[in-house]
Ligand binder design. Structure first.
Ligand code: ARG
Length: 261
C-alpha cells in the first residue's frame, strides 16, 4: 500500500478495514473437543478455550464473543474466507499453518499421545506396527500418525475421522487399535473409559517443563489463537490480554479448573 499522504484515501481505507477490536468476536472452533470446547449435558458451551475467551475478550477487552462450530480440517481456509474473526480450537502452532495464518503467543503446551484398549495387546510403540490407528482429520495427531507410518515403512493403517469422538468410538468398537491425539483430550476419554489406557514409554518433553507426562509422547506442541495475516493490531491486543490474565492469576485459575495434576 502507499504511504497514505492523501487524507481522503486514508479515511476510505480506514472505513473499509475491520475494526481493530470488534464489538463481538466470532471464534471458529471444532466442537466437541473436550476439555477445550464442548457442550455440557445441559447444552451449555464450556471448556478451557471458552473460559480463556471469556477472560480475554469480555474481561480484558470489554467485548462479547461467540463460538462458531466449524470442521477442523477446513478451519484455516474458513478463517481466511472471513467466516469468523479468529480460531480458538486447541490449535497447535506449526510452520505449515503459520504460512496461512498468524498465531498469538502460545497459551497451552500439549503432547501427541497414544491410547489403546487395556487388553495387553499393545504395550509398546513397536506393537503398533501393522495395526490401525484413528486420528482426527487435519490435526497434528494425523501428522504424527503419518510419521509413525513412515517409521514403520508403511505398516500402519491410518483411519481419519472428521471429529475426535468418531476416533474414540472406533477404539471402543475395535475398528482401530489406537488413537493418536492431544494428551489432555485423550486423558478425558481414558478417565471415562476403564478399559482405555495410555501407551507407556518416554518421548518428547517440553523444554523447561520439568517432568514429561508419564506416558509415550510423540511430539511437544503449543496451542495458539490463529488470526488472518492482516490482523496484526488485533493480535497484539489479544497478546497483551493473554499476558494480563497470566499476570493476574486468571489463567492459573482457569487452568486448575480443567487440569488438576
Ligand atoms: N492440537 C491439534 C491440532 O492442532 C488438535 C486440535 C483439534 N481441535 C479441535 N477443536 N478439534 O491439530
Amino acid at each position: 500500500s502507499d504511504s497514505g499522504s492523501d487524507s481522503t484515501e486514508t479515511a476510505t481505507e480506514a472505513a473499509t478495514t475491520e475494526s481493530i477490536v470488534p464489538s463481538n468476536v466470532v471464534i471458529g472452533s471444532d466442537i466437541p473437543y473436550r476439555p477445550f470446547e464442548y457442550e455440557t449435558t445441559s447444552g451449555e458451551l464450556t471448556g478451557f478455550d471458552v473460559d480463556i475467551a471469556e477472560a480475554v475478550f469480555e474481561e480484558q477487552l470489554g467485548v462479547s464473543y461467540e463460538f462458531k462450530s466449524t470442521s477442523f480440517d477446513s478451519i484455516i481456509p474458513s478463517l481466511n474466507n472471513n467466516n469468523f474473526r479468529i480460531i480458538m480450537s486447541a490449535m497447535t502452532i506449526n510452520d505449515e499453518r503459520a504460512e496461512q495464518v498468524d498465531f498469538s503467543d502460545p497459551y497451552f503446551t500439549a503432547y501427541q499421545t497414544v491410547i489403546v484398549r487395556d487388553d495387553g495387546e499393545i504395550t509398546s510403540k513397536e506393537d503398533l506396527r501393522g495395526r490401525a490407528v484413528g486420528v482426527q482429520k487435519g490435526t497434528t495427531g494425523a501428522g504424527a500418525a503419518e510419521e509413525l507410518q513412515e517409521e514403520f515403512d508403511g505398516e500402519l493403517d491410518i483411519k481419519s475421522y472428521d471429529q475426535i469422538p468418531g476416533a474414540f468410538q472406533a477404539l471402543n468398537n475395535g475398528q482401530v487399535d489406537a488413537v493418536i491425539n492431544d494428551n489432555t483430550v485423550n486423558a478425558e476419554f481414558a478417565n471415562d473409559n476403564d478399559d482405555v489406557v495410555f501407551l507407556e514409554g518416554e518421548g518428547a518433553a517440553a523444554e523447561g517443563d520439568g517432568d514429561a507426562p508419564p506416558y509415550l509422547t510423540l511430539t511437544v506442541e503449543n496451542y495458539g489463537i490463529a488470526f488472518r495475516q492482516d490482523d496484526d493490531e488485533f493480535r497484539e491486543r489479544v497478546n497483551e490480554a493473554l499476558a494480563a490474565i497470566r499476570e493476574d492469576g486468571t489463567y492459573d485459575e482457569i487452568y486448575s479448573e480443567y487440569f488438576s495434576g
